[in-house]
Design a protein around this ligand. Structure first.
Ligand SMILES: Cc1cc2nc3c(=O)[nH]c(=O)nc-3n(C[C@H](O)[C@H](O)[C@H](O)COP(=O)(O)OP(=O)(O)OC[C@H]3O[C@@H](n4cnc5c(N)ncnc54)[C@H](O)[C@@H]3O)c2cc1C
Length: 386
């Protein structure tokens, strides 16, 4: 079988999961190009729900074991990446390789990097995050869909050792449990990371007129946090103190990808945040990236010649785009509800409870076998048409 050369652009969770999965397919020769100086994740931690765990199992048992080795389902993200990359030969992993543009040739794509070097591949997978360069190629005919937009919410995050959280009384020492507090305009959450070694603390709020949503992040003060979160008594005071007790406390603007009309163009496709960056409210950015990686790895395993890649990427687009864009929308809706901004539910506890309790079903309950069967059928259809 002809060797098929694939470039994976971006070494975040999505790109690294795909790299791990592609090791199963000897006919795929791949390289991962990371623009920064190391393979690492932006986020504090990722909680991987049942859908993400099922997708990891489909990719291969080693990956699932990697997750356990990295500390369980809510894990410092960079640790997961290190586990995923362990089996990938070092010569296939390239750092300080920022893609600048893709040039389409008759048979090969030429990648131009910021350091002046070039490389040629049959196909490119853009897992280069919310400010994706690959997206500019895929959506060249849809310029309005290239840039992400501010959703009107911001958040402040940190992580502290469990003992610090207990001393500050934000975690009940007798009965430690992860909790979210819904409020009128603001939301507070804490979650356990690395099997409970750390407590991730997050405060989020709807932006008021003083917040600059054109900036990726803005300085945050005690007064701003207190105003956004309202009176939460001693607990709120402790949480604010913890959130501000970091070298550079910032409020991060929550952005979302514009709704893309396609995730692929010929032999180039998008995955993860490059395709569908979403707000963090349903904790599904990482999980949907892993599902993307599972689907792409499955399809690329079926491709027997470079000429079949556009059909594989069309199948990927047909199956993954509706699924992921629905998650983007529901995540935004959950955020509004958590911050007391849903018009119907407001801060009515019973309405919130009834309205929110089924909101995760469509994310968690994806039948991976059926999803891959649908993907396979779509690939056969597009392959026949080609
Ligand atoms: C602060 C923060 C907190 C988060 N918290 C959570 C959470 O709790 N739960 C959750 O599920 N998700 C969370 N997410 C989202 C989650 O991290 C992502 O949705 C998910 O990991 C998608 O990863 P990705 O690989 O698609 O993109 P990214 O992780 O963004 O990786 C993209 C990679 O591409 C590289 N890159 C960019 N441009 C280029 C280029 N031109 N050339 C080469 N390389 C390039 C970047 O350096 C980066 O390493 C969070 C994100 C952030 C920013």
């Amino acid at each position: 079988m002809t060797a098929i050369r694939i470039a994976v652009i971006g070494g975040g969770l999505g790109g690294c999961t795909l790299a791990n999965g592609l090791l199963k397919h000897p006919h795929i020769e791949f390289d991962v190009f990371e623009g920064s100086s190391a393979f690492k994740e932006q986020g504090l931690a990722v909680g991987l729900a049942t859908n993400a765990q099922s997708a990891l199992k489909k990719i291969g048992s080693d990956v699932h074991q990697s997750l356990e080795a990295a500390g369980g389902v809510a894990t410092a993200s960079t640790r997961i990446i290190m586990e995923l990359l362990k089996p990938v030969p070092k010569h296939q992993l390239h750092v300080d390789k920022k893609l600048e543009r893709i040039e389409q040739g008759a048979e090969l794509l030429t990648l131009h990097f910021a350091d002046g070097s070039t490389a040629q591949y049959h196909a490119v997978v853009g897992s280069d995050g919310i400010h994706s360069t690959v997206r500019k190629t895929v959506l060249a005919d849809h310029p309005d869909a290239i840039e992400p937009f501010f959703t009107g919410f911001w958040d402040v995050r940190t992580a502290v050792p469990i003992e610090v959280a207990k001393d500050a009384k934000i975690v009940d020492p007798a009965n430690p449990s992860e909790t979210g507090w819904v409020g009128d305009g603001g939301f507070i959450l804490h979650q356990f990371i690395n099997n409970g070694e750390l407590v991730g603390c997050i405060a989020a709020a709807a932006a008021d007129e003083s917040y600059d949503g054109t900036q990726w992040r803005n300085p945050v003060t005690k007064e701003k946090l207190a105003k956004a979160l309202g009176d939460r008594g001693e607990f709120g005071e402790s949480m604010i103190k913890i959130l501000l007790d970091q070298p550079e406390p910032f409020a991060f603007s929550q952005y979302e990808s514009a709704k893309a009309p396609t995730y692929s163009k010929g032999p180039v496709c998008l995955m993860g945040d490059a395709a569908h960056a979403m707000t963090p409210w349903q904790g599904s950015g990482a999980g949907t990236s892993i599902e993307d990686a599972m689907t792409l790895e499955f399809l690329l395993g079926k491709v027997t010649s470079p000429s079949q890649i556009p059909a594989a990427f069309r199948a990927y687009d047909e199956i993954r785009r509706p699924r992921t864009q629905k998650v983007v929308e529901s995540s935004r809706e959950v955020g509004a509800a958590f911050c007391g901004k849903d018009r119907e539910m407001g801060v009515d506890v019973q309405k919130l409870s009834a309205g929110l309790q089924r909101k995760w079903d469509h994310i968690w309950s994806l039948d991976m076998d059926q999803h891959l069967a649908d993907t396979s059928a779509a690939f056969e259809r597009f392959k026949d048409k080609a």
